[in-house]
Structure formats: C-alpha cells, structure tokens
Design a protein around this ligand. Structure first.
Ligand SMILES: Cc1cc2nc3c(=O)[nH]c(=O)nc-3n(C[C@H](O)[C@H](O)[C@H](O)COP(=O)(O)O)c2cc1C
Length: 191
C-alpha cells in the first residue's frame, strides 16, 4: 500500500445509523444519529453525539432520557428522512407513518414501535466537545421483539435485518465472515 497523509477527519466507518426517540408521548420526536457508541458493560452505558442546534438536543437535555431504536431494512427511508428533517417543522412519527409507544422503564419517553430492539437510556453526563455535545447514558431497559428470540430464549439479531451507514450510503449487512473467538477456537479432530 502507498498511503497519502490527510488532515484530520471523522472517517471512522461503518457507522450504526440509529433512530433516537426523545421528547414526550404527547410530542415525540425522532432523529438519526450515526455517532453513537457502546462505552461500558457495567454499568451498561452508551453515548450519542448531538449538535446543540438540533431540536432534539434540548428535548434530551430537559427530559434526561432518550431511546436508541435499532433500524431495520424496512426503516431505511425513515432513517434518512428523520436525519434531514427537523422536529421543529415536522411531526416525524406521523409523516413517516411510525408509532410511538411508552417505554417500559423510563417514564414518558417514546419508543419507536416499528424497531424490534430498543435501548432505553438515562443521561448521566453531557460533555460539550465543540461542534457536538456527547451525551453519556446508562441503558436502564431493553425492549426486544419476540420474533428475535428463539425457543431457548436466545437473541437472534440476524433475524432483524439491521443496516449500517458507510461514507454516505445505507447498506444491508453482508455475509458472515466468522464468529466471536473463531480465530483461536480449536478445530474439531478429523477421525
Ligand atoms: C445518517 C445520518 C447520521 C446522522 N448523525 C448525526 C449525529 O451523529 N449527530 C447529530 O447531531 N446529527 C446527526 N445527523 C443529523 C440529524 O439527524 C438531523 O440534523 C436531524 O434533522 C435533527 O432532527 P431534529 O432537529 O428534529 O432534532 C445525522 C443524519 C443522518 C442522515
């Protein structure tokens, strides 16, 4: 490889383009967030990076909670639309034909009914970074659609048909290349 040296850029790829729901059940809002991360196992924590000028920013700041809704292939249009339209001018749930349902653990925070896996998050810290504020949050509840759970009670996330975002494009997940730990797993003896 012959590499060029470029100036600093946010090129970490691919991104999980999640639909974050926030606000109240009476006035729910959705926005698309690419800059989200898993940051701690115990306590179970995630982060989202939100520009202060987003309508959702003050909703999250005021309520102290939000829900990360994992998007499926069926939701790809909503992922894009909710990421280019603001809740200041639009009722995104109504205009996208989506439904808000009450969260299980958080009080009054809307969950996206059409997403099969929802992480209910309570904000623990807001860290202003520059263009974006980083919200750190504890996951206080997880809602999983039963269609993703097998007879043994195991989560089968591959059934969800999740999407990724890479360099401006929304993509379906590709073919499986391996599973956790496969590189060190002993091969079964041939007889
Ligand atoms: C794929 C994608 C990823 C995005 N990621 C972020 C992000 O990480 N942080 C952010 O503040 N805005 C992000 N946006 C932009 C917001 O979703 C967008 O400005 C939205 O209209 C804000 O809605 P609101 O004004 O109702 O809060 C993203 C948009 C798209 C399409």
């Amino acid at each position: 490889m012959t590499k060029q040296s470029w100036k600093a850029g946010t090129l970490l790829n691919p991104e999980p383009p999640v639909l974050v729901s926030c606000g109240t059940m009476a006035a729910p809002n959705l926005l698309t967030i690419g800059w989200t991360g898993t940051i701690c196992t115990q306590p179970c924590m995630v982060s989202i990076s939100v520009r202060p000028e987003r309508f959702s920013h003050h909703l999250i700041e005021e309520s102290g909670c939000f829900v990360i809704n994992l998007p499926t292939e069926n939701l790809v249009r909503a992922v894009d639309w909710c990421g280019v339209r603001s809740g200041r001018e639009h009722d995104k749930f109504a205009e996208m034909g989506l439904h808000a349902e009450a969260s299980t653990v958080l009080e009054g925070c809307p969950v996206l009914a059409e997403s099969p896996l929802n992480l209910e998050c309570r904000v623990t810290q807001k860290i202003p970074l520059g263009t974006h504020d980083l919200f750190l949050a504890e996951v206080v509840g997880v809602d999983v659609d039963e269609s993703l759970i097998d007879e043994a009670g195991k989560l089968c996330l591959s059934r969800a048909h999740l999407i990724v975002y890479s360099h401006g494009d929304y993509l379906a997940l590709g073919r499986k290349l391996g599973s956790f730990g496969y590189s060190v797993r002993k091969k079964p003896h041939k007889r």
